[in-house]
Design a protein around this ligand. Structure first.
Ligand code: PPS
Length: 650
């Protein structure tokens, strides 16, 4: 009743309410008087406008933050200097030109498809104020491999960002200029995101590697795999011999594996796997080794998107994916006509991938310490415009802008290569906000970030995430340089590399930390130690079974030319010789393990897309496709992808 409008309502009001009512009427009369004159009307309109704006602000503040993928995607698009085009362009255009001139843009901000209103958690950031630096020694011994420990977090501070905030904070990127200093950037951030779900019908893996004719040997490729059935992978035989040796890098204040494994803190297993027993197994030399038997309670994931980050052991990861896909008869998404790149180094279009990959796909990538990454890329990309005139990495770093032109089309090889591969502007001004948002975006997009320095731990984590078995992630290191093309770096040079690649450094230190946190959380130290040991044993066994001599050999010593890796820049890339006299099945298995990436992807492409028969051959009558069971739907989608790729690119 009290809400009644009009004068009659006043009869029912008490004395206090009457006073208010009278005051309101007076105010209204005054407003009317003001409104009658021109300046008064202007004043009222202006006041109403202000009121409206303030209301919007208040309403926006009261809204729960939402992870709108489109907003985030747009926000991230603005972190590059190449973002003028609408992402839809790629999907809608009918006839994009060739790979070389089409401005495809990379942006994979797929974001978990399952994220809904609750995904404001994705923007909940724990900002660590602790300082993180690295040491640059490169230990080779087995013990030193474990000489890392997870960095201690300190002074956590929570920050919540809404999508519009993300957007505004990522806009207007500035180019770094000579003599730029880097303002205090929090050393890292962490965010908890949900794990990918399973129940995937087919595999998609996306990999990028550029393969530029003169300036760059790299390629970018997208593979989509389709899996009607999953076969158990046979365990390799167990021959004798020394275990494979990997070069593992060390960093003083970065996570140290030995300390990580020291305590018996084991917080639990991944729900997808149950450890049922451990067994002692005698090797021929009497050595007792522990083998871990795991009973699978999950379904292997076969929808996978892998973002290739250059010079980060990505070729080895690709080999793992290729073998798994081939063995399980999955479908790969390749560039049309068997190329190796999808418009790299133009930015990759997230939506392009998302069109052909189920939303349940697991997205993962791999990172490397930027110090070693740059030492590697300086040799490998020596022909690029920034590096070609510098006599040494030290000379380049002493005056980078003498050699480095941010506008050059191949400049990304020389600075923040990881940042670039993730789709961000490598020359952006380094601010705490930008770094945080970049990390958030990567976390929102990727289910898993591996660390190449801890390749074995990474493989264990990968097989856990994908619910694969240990044999599926055994590999030999590919694309390694020989020692004569490696240069030891002084600590001064290492510091310069970190400063020059500050965005990469932030990405690396952050995900290095979350990598170990995840291991501790999902696997536990003891179990990780056992799994890594088992993995190395398998690698050693395979090396003894498959390889001639002690392992890697220089390019000139590779007898089978089809196993010779691409030689590029000043790098001498090592390869392998297979043992003679292997039986057919073993030879096939071993050959796949050491086949370089380019040769392997070409072979898979040919297998997947056999050449069309000559036109005058009578065509078989087209049969109506049978009704497909759910597991076969992936194959159907795989074919759809092929048509789509063809339709999109020509
Ligand atoms: N298993 C494993 N563990 C650790 N490190 C490894 C492994 N496999 C390859 N590598 C090293 O990764 C470097 C090559 O990286 P990519 O394959 O990504 O290079 S490329 O971008 O495809 O050219 C290359 O580094 P450099 O030798 O320093 O150049 C490889 O030695």
């Amino acid at each position: 009743m009290a809400t009644t409008c009009g004068t009659s309502g006043t009869k029912l009001l008490n004395h206090h309410q009457k006073g208010i009512w009278l005051r309101a009427q007076t105010l209204l009369r005054n407003l009317k008087a003001i409104y009658r004159c021109q300046p008064g009307r202007l004043w009222v309109s202006f006041s109403l406008l202000i009121l409206l704006l303030v209301s919007f602000q208040v309403v926006e503040k009261l809204q729960p933050t939402r992870n709108c993928r489109c907003e985030l995607e747009r926000a991230l698009q603005q972190t590059t200097d190449h973002s003028q085009e609408s992402p839809d362009y790629v999907l809608q255009t009918h006839g994009p030109p060739s790979e070389d001139d089409h401005p495809y843009r990379q942006r994979k901000v797929a974001l978990e498809p399952t994220l809904t209103e609750n995904t404001q958690d994705a923007f909940q950031m724990h900002v660590y104020n602790g300082q993180v630096t690295a040491q640059e020694s490169i230990p080779d011994s087995q013990e030193e491999r474990w000489a890392w420990q997870p960095a201690e977090s300190s002074d956590k501070m929570k920050a919540y960002l809404s999508a519009p905030q993300l957007k505004s904070q990522l806009s207007s990127p500035k180019k770094a200029t000579q003599g730029d200093t880097f303002p205090g950037v929090p050393s890292s951030t962490t965010t908890a995101l949900g794990d990918a779900d399973d129940g995937i019908l087919f595999t998609n893996s996306i990999a990028m590697e550029e393969h530029k004719k003169i300036t760059s040997p790299q390629m970018m490729q997208v593979t989509l795999q389709s899996s009607p059935q999953l076969k158990a992978m046979s365990s390799p035989p167990r021959p004798r011999g020394d275990s494979l040796k990997h070069t593992v890098l060390d960093t003083a204040q970065l996570p140290r594996a030995d300390d990580f494994y020291k305590t018996e803190l084991e917080r639990g297993l991944l729900p997808s796997w149950t450890e049922t027993s451990t067994d002692k197994m005698a090797l021929g030399d009497g050595q007792q080794v522990e083998d871990v038997f795991l009973q699978k309670t999950c379904k292997p994931k076969t929808n996978i998107v892998f973002l290739k980050v250059h010079k980060s052991a990505s070729s080895t990861v690709m080999n793992v994916l290729f073998r798994f896909g081939e063995m399980h008869n999955l479908t790969f998404a390749f560039p049309l006509k068997g190329g190796h790149q999808l418009f790299y180094p133009h930015h990759f279009m997230a939506r392009f991938v998302q069109k052909v990959v189920p939303s349940t796909a697991v997205y993962f990538s791999i990172l490397r310490n930027p110090v070693q990454l740059m030492e590697s890329s300086f040799v490998y990309y020596k022909g690029t415009s920034a590096f070609s005139r510098a006599r040494s990495l030290e000379e380049f770093l002493s005056q980078p802008y003498r050699f480095y032109d941010p506008a050059a089309s191949d400049s990304h090889y020389a600075r923040n290569l990881m940042t670039f591969d993730f789709g961000f502007n490598p020359d952006a001004e380094v601010t705490a906000k930008r770094v945080n948002l970049m990390l958030k975006a990567i976390e929102a997009s990727f289910d898993l970030l591996l660390i190449s320095e801890y390749f074995d731990e990474s493989m264990v984590l990968l097989k856990e995430t994908l619910c694969w078995d240990l044999d599926s992630v055994v590999s030999f290191p590919l694309n390694s340089r020989n020692s004569s093309t490696r240069s030891p770096l002084s600590s001064v040079t290492a510091e310069k590399i970190k400063a020059w690649n500050r965005l990469d450094w932030e990405i690396y230190t952050h995900f290095n930390r979350t990598f170990w946190e995840r291991i501790e959380r999902d696997i536990g130290r003891e179990r990780m130690r056992r799994e890594v040991r088992a993995l190395r044993q398998r690698q050693a066994e395979l090396a003894r079974t498959c390889l001639q001599g002690t392992g890697r050999v220089g390019p000139k010593d590779i007898k089978d030319s089809s196993l010779r890796p691409l030689q590029y820049g000043n790098a001498r890339i090592l390869g392998y010789n297979l043992k003679q006299g292997l039986d057919e099945e073993t030879e096939h298995m071993c050959r796949r393990l050491v086949t370089p990436e380019l040769q392997y992807s070409t072979a898979l492409y040919k297998k997947q897309f056999p050449p069309k028969p000559p036109q005058n051959t009578p065509q078989k009558p087209v049969q109506k496709p049978p009704q497909v069971a759910p597991l076969l739907q992936g194959v159907q989608q795989g074919k759809a992808l092929r048509y789509r790729l063809e339709g999109t690119q020509h």
